[in-house]
Design a protein around this ligand. Structure first.
Ligand SMILES: NC(=O)c1ccc[n+]([C@@H]2O[C@H](COP(=O)([O-])OP(=O)(O)OC[C@H]3O[C@@H](n4cnc5c(N)ncnc54)[C@H](O)[C@@H]3O)[C@@H](O)[C@H]2O)c1
Length: 430
């Protein structure tokens, strides 16, 4: 690596932008994205994902293509010519049938293929199943560029492990798995990341191992959460507090600590389907992985049903009842609403003709309207005074400042999905 090394990051989202900013402290980085609105905002020094501090972003932006370091943000193909490394961080979602959607990866590979120069290395960071880099992306790079893989250009895979909203485990603070398409390229890729990752790197023996490692990290988490979600369903029937049980069991040195809840977002609720797809294609039916997914996807509906049961027991009406759901983001203290399973709670309530309102001080009302067709309440002054049920779905710290009890009607119930509030102040929790 020299100071002349030029890096292009394709896809400036939750993963791509923080990575581009870190590399830009040492090298000239072009951050490329097809979303012009995102490019315009970034060029004004605004990161709406809140992953990069706006002051840092503003200080690192450059417009000079010949600068020694800094971040040039662009949607122009001509700006990404001549790069030594292309790092692809585009989304890997699933469709309505939970099948992987490769379109962003295919399109990004076509883009890179158009400008790929000899000896460049294309590193994928998007979460995929083993084989996607070499079997799907590399052939596109070869076809579009006309260059030969592992002779004229090379590939790598280095999964991202960041956790949106987490200000401790930031990109440089998380050990990074690296890999390359030849032993020499693996070292080259590893050395590149070593320039910014203070937590160190782990060089995997192949791209497929690195791809598989990432997808099982999230699948393991999904399955472990599914287990505690199942426990929650059992213990609610037995009238035993799941949190207390988990606290007691958690005193054993090798008990894995997990909490029940909704599993949404762009990663844990999606990635296991990638592994499942590859397993099925290879002739194996992944029962545990899919059972975990099924359990976790059932939790939103379950929360609403349990709340309705509690309302009925208190003699409250159901049809036309005013219910408040607190939180729409997929996790606490961050604005990310992608694949939020809170929508399952809302839809289940609506199926009972309940009048649902959703309040979230973190989420953007515009995005929520676009994504879920919901009119989000963004400020607590807009809340009605009395609700017949309140479901605390996301444990934003800001909800601790809300006087939730005063929002509840006399016969109202509170269901605390994340056990944020003291147990004796709520009527039910997972
Ligand atoms: N969000 C996370 O916490 C996280 C953590 C680890 C891994 N990942 C994985 O990283 C990948 C990216 O996730 P993300 O959360 O950053 O997604 P994101 O949606 O926040 O960002 C992706 C960006 O890529 C852009 N994009 C899409 N297609 C493009 C194309 N053809 N060319 C250029 N830009 C394009 C989009 O406009 C968007 O700005 C996914 O595979 C995800 O599973 C995400």
């Amino acid at each position: 690596m020299t100071t002349q090394t030029k890096i292009t990051v394709i896809g400036l989202g939750y993963v791509g932008l923080p990575l581009a900013v870190e590399f830009a402290k040492k090298f000239l980085v072009v951050g490329f994205d097809i979303n012009q609105k995102r490019i315009d905002e970034l060029n004004q020094g605004i990161d709406r994902t809140l992953e990069v501090n706006n002051e840092l972003l503003q200080s690192i932006l450059v417009t000079d293509k010949n600068a020694e370091s800094g971040l040039l943000v662009s949607s122009e193909l001509s700006d990404i010519e001549d790069s030594d490394f292309y790092i692809v961080t585009v989304p890997t979602p699933t469709d309505a049938l939970n099948k992987p959607i490769f379109t962003p990866l295919v399109k990004a590979s076509e883009t890179v293929g158009k400008v790929l120069k000899k000896d460049a290395v294309v590193i994928y960071e998007s979460t995929v199943y083993p084989g996607v880099t070499e079997d799907i992306c590399v052939p596109i790079l070869e076809e579009v560029s006309g260059l030969k893989f592992n002779e004229d250009f090379f590939a790598g895979y280095s999964p991202e492990r960041i956790n949106p909203g987490d200000k401790v485990h930031t990109v440089t603070q998380i050990l990074k798995v690296t890999s390359g398409s030849t032993p020499e390229i693996a070292i080259k890729v590893d050395n590149l990341y070593k320039t910014i990752i203070t937590a160190g790197t782990h060089m995997a023996p192949s791209i497929k191992v690195a791809e598989a490692a990432k997808v099982i990290e999230n699948s393991q988490r999904d399955i472990n959460i599914a287990f505690v979600n199942e426990l929650s369903k059992i213990f609610r029937l037995l009238d035993i507090d799941t949190k207390a049980v988990l606290e007691a069991a958690g005193t054993k040195w090798n008990f894995i600590k997990m909490s029940p809840g909704l599993v949404g977002g762009h990663c844990i609720g999606v990635d296991p389907y990638y592994l499942a797809q590859k397993a099925i294609e290879s002739g194996y039916n992944p029962e545990i992985i899919l059972a975990g997914r099924k359990m976790n996807d059932s939790m939103g509906g379950y929360v609403a049903q349990e709340t309705v049961k509690m309302m009925i027991k208190k003699g409250a009406r159901i049809k036309g009842a005013k219910v408040l759901v607190l939180g729409i983001t997929f996790k606490e203290n961050c604005p990310d609403i992608r694949n939020s399973r809170v929508i399952d709670i809302v839809k289940e309530f609506e199926s009972y003709d309940v009048d649902v309102e959703v309040y979230d001080p973190w989420a953007s009302a515009e995005e929520v309207k676009h994504e879920y067709d919901l009119d989000l309440i963004c400020t607590d002054t807009k809340l009605a005074s009395k609700y017949e049920a309140i479901v605390l779905a996301v444990s934003h710290d800001k909800f601790l400042d809300l006087d939730i009890q005063s929002l509840k009607s006399e016969t109202g119930v509170i269901f605390d999905v994340k056990s944020l509030l003291p147990k004796d102040s709520v009527d039910g929790r997972l």
